[in-house]
Ligand binder design. Structure first.
Ligand code: PHB
Ligand code: FE
Length: 343
């Protein structure tokens, strides 16, 4: 069990519901039996925002496990974080048309390490025994509701699984099996579990590798938590199994690609800045979509589904997009180079 580092974290004694409140800059986070409350100062005015505690915890879980991720992680339409890679901004109303139009949008920058310690402390204090913020609602309890009861360290200490090159290679992350706590999920009992045969030419035995990605994903014990499952320079394949709702509205600072591997996910796409609806994308097995760099998106999966998220981890991309040096969509470039012929 990893030790929780609380250096510099500002917390109060527990309230009558048993939960502590936490302060970072002008932001205060508190919770009660049902709700998480975020308060902050905007232009000298104290503002507050209320979210269901489970919605807040599921979003916070991803933000912590992904190290604030790429770009912006919107917990909902009002509160979110923006990764500045070393610094992180806490956003309140910054991507909300009404807060913006009233001049009440507010953000504050923090050192990422202190912000992460604060987020982990909130997650630890507010997650009760029996509640797993990574699990599908049908696979975890309602223990998030009510007064504080215990902790769930095992659930919240899971982090994004990141391979060096590919799972199953010697010295890399292991494949998932019944024996290392990864049974096949109830939704994927029909997924064949056989592994590919590898016939490497003499001399290449240590360099050729393959594994059954469907079997690997069928054993995922979490939802909406991509693991990095192949690394080739900046190209990262991040497959994941999805059920219910992606707990954050992600606004990336680069283009990312989605490949639908099984079942169905509906994506609601909004403008990254205004939140106005831009598109709805229903993805079925075999569908491929590019998510532009100027949108935020949230996925909905009625039944557990397999998705491959393809990320470009080039650290230069946020700067190039911010400067307008790259188009927001890869398709724009494609059509410019090879214009569609009139019929
Ligand atoms: C995304 O924001 O692109 C994303 C995050 C988590 C997932 C899938 C997609 O599980
Ligand atoms: Fe995304």
């Amino acid at each position: 069990m990893s030790q929780l580092s609380t250096a510099g974290v500002q917390a109060t004694a527990p309230n009558e519901a048993g939960y502590r409140s936490f302060t970072l800059g002008s932001f205060t986070f508190s919770r009660d039996e049902y709700f998480a409350h975020v308060e902050w100062l905007s232009k000298g005015t104290k503002l507050s925002h209320t979210m269901s505690a489970d919605v807040f915890l599921r979003a916070l879980m991803r933000d912590v496990a992904w190290g604030f991720f790429y770009g912006t992680v919107n917990f909902d339409d009002v509160f979110g974080t923006r990764n500045r890679y070393g610094q992180v901004e806490f956003l309140a109303g910054c991507h909300h048309p009404t807060y913006k139009s009233q001049g009440l949008d507010h953000f504050e920058s923090f050192d990422s390490d202190l912000a992460m310690r604060t987020c982990k402390a909130i997650l630890h204090d507010w997650t009760n025994t029996g509640y797993d913020p990574f699990a599908a609602p049908m696979e975890t309890g309602l223990a998030w509701i009510g007064k504080k009861v215990g902790h769930n360290m095992a659930a919240i200490n899971r982090r994004r699984e990141v391979c060096r090159r590919m799972p199953g290679l010697p010295g890399d992350v292991p494949l998932r099996t019944d024996h290392n706590r990864y049974p096949v999920n109830r939704a994927f009992l029909d997924v064949p579990q056989d592994e590919p045969e590898i016939h490497a030419a003499p001399g290449f035995e240590g360099e050729v590798h393959a594994f059954n990605l469907f079997a690997y994903l069928s054993r995922s014990d979490v939802t909406w938590n991509p693991s990095v499952s192949s690394v080739c320079k900046h190209s990262l394949f991040c497959p994941t199994s999805e059920e219910y709702i992606l707990p954050v509205k992600h606004a990336n600072d680069r283009v990312e690609w989605f490949l639908q591997l099984s079942d169905q996910i509906e994506w609601q796409i909004e403008d990254a800045v205004t939140g106005l609806p831009r598109a709805k994308v229903v993805m079925r097995p075999g569908d491929v979509a590019a998510m532009p760099a100027d949108i935020r998106h949230q996925g909905f999966a009625r039944k557990r589904a397999m998705l491959l998220v393809w990320e470009n981890a080039d650290p230069e991309l946020p700067r190039l997009h911010a400067q307008g040096a790259l188009p927001a969509t890869p398709a724009e470039e494609f059509w410019a180079e090879s214009p569609r012929k009139e019929p």
